[in-house]
Design a protein around this ligand. Structure first.
Ligand code: IZC
Ligand code: ZN
Length: 419
């Protein structure tokens, strides 16, 4: 008889995502192994075993949860969020309705710059409490591992404040958080006519951030009117030399060549890619840079064209999906809705979508060996879904399908319960 602390049994469909090594690329993304009538045993916060219900007599457990035929998957991974910020931007909705483009709002001192003003004004405690609220909501939607970027300070003091908030969130919440420094997110108003010294100032912060272990990745918004490809190259090379992993907001609004730069520099991911070139797709696939797609942003900005997910997959790239949670272009914590958008507008199959929000999303933030799979020895990060099968989540939109979320074997969210 084997002992477990927790036994989830009578699982109708279990997606372990445990096939192969590394990110899942191209056609492989379309193949999913499904265990039927399964159980998962958890001991000391980690997966002890996965098997079929027929073996249940071999197990005793402190807590047994009858899953009544439901779907169970790994905790979702959200690899691109702007979690920590002051205020909100609901007043910009009317401008959007009038058709004022996102980059024009930014040019007029709104958009990211309005969030910068509110983030500079907020205390560390206020930012912590606000981010905690959003983070808990993400957990309730089934996310157990995520990335969080700075980038609403655009000065040393506020960028450090944001990174320190992420550090505190990591320590005090049931969520694994990977931290990214996005000091190069916009050109602050005080440097509007002279951006070069601003980027230099952000570059000079890199050794300190490294020394204090405040971020694992460095990212830049490579976009018309923000940072050019050559500025991005210079900045990211400096980050790489210091040992940071590299990410790029690439080809989000205009096709500048950010994807090619991501491949050239060996970035871990290139994110957005709505305007990516054919060459960029080939290069990402060849260099194993993960294509992180954010269809919530395309949807929310009301754009007619989505990132070419099918072409990326055909080119052999590994695709991940994310909320891009932020107060401007994607105010949602709901990664399940992003799965619906991926089905409807990116034309991704349910099998591809599940890879994109688990194993590939984990690899996109350097967490592929820790998260995104249900496998003996890994952290017991699990979601029980109120759904009969894995097709159901990308299909039924606009609601939270989560029944329960387990983080390190502990139930951190249960539908209908106040935790
Ligand atoms: O606050 O608008 N695209 N950065 C680049 C964002 C969107 C976040 C924002
Ligand atoms: Zn972003």
């Amino acid at each position: 008889m084997q002992e477990a602390d927790l036994l989830l049994y009578n699982i109708g469909q279990l997606l372990t995502m445990d096939h192969g090594n590394g990110p899942v690329r191209g056609r492989e993304m379309g193949k999913l192994q499904v265990l039927h009538n399964a159980y998962v045993a958890v001991r000391d916060g980690r997966i002890a075993a996965v098997g079929e219900n027929g073996e249940l007599q071999n197990w005793s457990a402190g807590v047994r949860l009858n899953c009544e035929g439901k779907l169970v998957t790994p905790g979702l991974v959200d690899p691109h969020t702007h979690l920590v910020f002051g205020g909100s931007r609901e007043h910009e909705l009317a401008l959007k309705q009038k058709g004022v483009p996102y980059l024009d709002i930014l040019k007029q001192g709104g958009g990211i710059l309005s969030t910068v003003r509110m983030t500079r004004r907020a205390s560390e405690q206020e930012l912590f409490e606000k981010a905690s609220f959003h983070l808990d909501r993400m957990l309730a939607y089934g996310i157990t591992t995520m990335e969080a970027k700075s980038g609403y300070g655009l000065d040393m003091e506020t960028e450090l404040k944001q990174l320190q908030v992420v550090q505190r969130l990591q320590a005090e919440h049931d969520m694994d958080i990977v931290s990214t420094f996005l000091g190069a997110h916009a050109i602050p108003e005080e440097y509007r006519d002279n951006p070069a010294p601003f980027l230099q100032q952000m570059k000079e912060m890199l050794p300190l951030i490294k020394e204090q272990g405040l971020a694992q990745f460095v990212d830049i918004f490579c976009e018309t009117g923000v940072f050019s490809v050559s500025q991005s190259r210079d900045y990211l090379q400096a980050a790489r030399e210091l040992g940071f992993g590299i990410k790029i907001h690439a080809d989000e609004i205009e096709p500048l060549g950010g994807a090619e730069l991501a491949a050239e520099l060996g970035a871990i991911s290139a994110d957005h890619l709505v305007g990516i070139s054919e060459k960029g797709m080939q290069m990402l696939a060849e260099r194993g840079v993960i294509a992180c797609l954010l269809p919530g942003t395309t949807f929310y900005l009301g754009k007619p064209t989505y990132a070419p997910a099918r072409k990326l997959i055909e080119a052999g790239a590994a695709v991940a999906l994310s909320t891009d949670f932020n107060p401007g272009s994607s105010p949602t914590e709901n990664l399940q809705f992003i799965m619906n958008l991926a089905a409807l507008y990116l034309k991704m199959s349910p099998e591809e979508i599940w890879h994109a929000v688990t194993v590939n999303a984990a690899y996109a933030i350097g967490y592929g060996e820790e998260a995104g799979k249900i496998k003996a020895g890994r952290k017991a990060d699990l979601v029980v879904w109120d759904a009969p099968n894995y097709l159901y989540i990308p299909y039924h939109y606009g609601v939270n399908h989560v029944h329960s979320v387990f983080k390190n074997g502990k139930r951190v969210f249960a539908k209908g319960a106040s935790m």
